[in-house]
Design a protein around this ligand. Structure first.
Ligand SMILES: Cc1cc2nc3c(=O)[nH]c(=O)nc-3n(C[C@H](O)[C@H](O)[C@H](O)COP(=O)(O)O)c2cc1C
Length: 185
């Protein structure tokens, strides 16, 4: 499975702590976005607009053919860090993740699931309309043809005592392992 680490805080990231524990016995390949020097596309650096080879094509194929995509990302500005959006945009390559049928786009990725691991500072639960990370990721799964999506969160972490934070983290790890096991079935 591919593990995309979009936890920007290098030390003390609670999201990364949860992810590392959930994944400790899993066979994963980690991609650390902090180390990738990612820049958003503009006209001048977009390969599609200039008909040149896409430098992300091999990575995109690898993820499209992987047996699962796990993303750890903190909740930022009611969604996830822009760094992750930049990365996902680079992966979203025609004839790898989806094909253009002439009438619409059809997902062709073989990857069976996407799993988001996140933590939120505010008291925003998974069903809140203020939670704008998972709606986007679910839509992207639809575009790419990834059939299953699930997520695990711990929230209100910035407004809870340290003992409650620890409890929330412990619960997220336990529930996260169960959810990942279900996704793998
Ligand atoms: C730049 C930035 C933006 C944030 N935006 C939000 C937000 O919109 N809503 C929220 O609930 N928490 C927000 N937070 C708080 C984080 O979601 C929270 O502290 C989270 O646990 C951080 O994860 P980490 O410990 O893995 O870094 C933000 C934090 C940062 C640094």
């Amino acid at each position: 499975m591919i593990f995309v680490n979009a936890c920007i805080r290098e030390e003390d990231s609670r999201t990364l702590r949860i992810a590392k524990d959930i994944l400790k016995n899993e066979n994963i390949e980690e991609i650390d976005l902090n180390k990738m020097n990612l820049l958003p596309y503009t006209y001048s650096n977009n390969p599609v607009m200039h008909g040149i080879k896409d430098e992300f094509i091999d990575l995109s194929k690898k993820i499209a053919n992987s047996d699962g995509l796990i993303i750890a990302a903190p909740f930022w500005d009611m969604s996830f860090p822009a760094l992750l959006k930049v990365f996902l945009e680079k992966l979203s390559i025609v004839d790898v993740m989806f094909k253009d049928t002439g009438e619409t786009c059809l997902g062709i990725a073989k990857c069976p699931f996407m799993f988001l691991i996140t933590t939120r500072g505010m008291n925003i639960d998974d069903e809140s309309p203020l939670e704008q990370a998972t709606p986007y990721l679910k839509a992207l799964c639809e575009l790419w043809g990834i059939e299953k999506f699930d997520s695990i969160s711990a929230y209100n972490l910035d407004y809870s005592s340290s003992s409650i934070v620890e409890e929330k983290i412990k619960n997220a790890i336990k529930e996260g392992k169960e959810k990942l096991d279900n996704l793998k079935k």
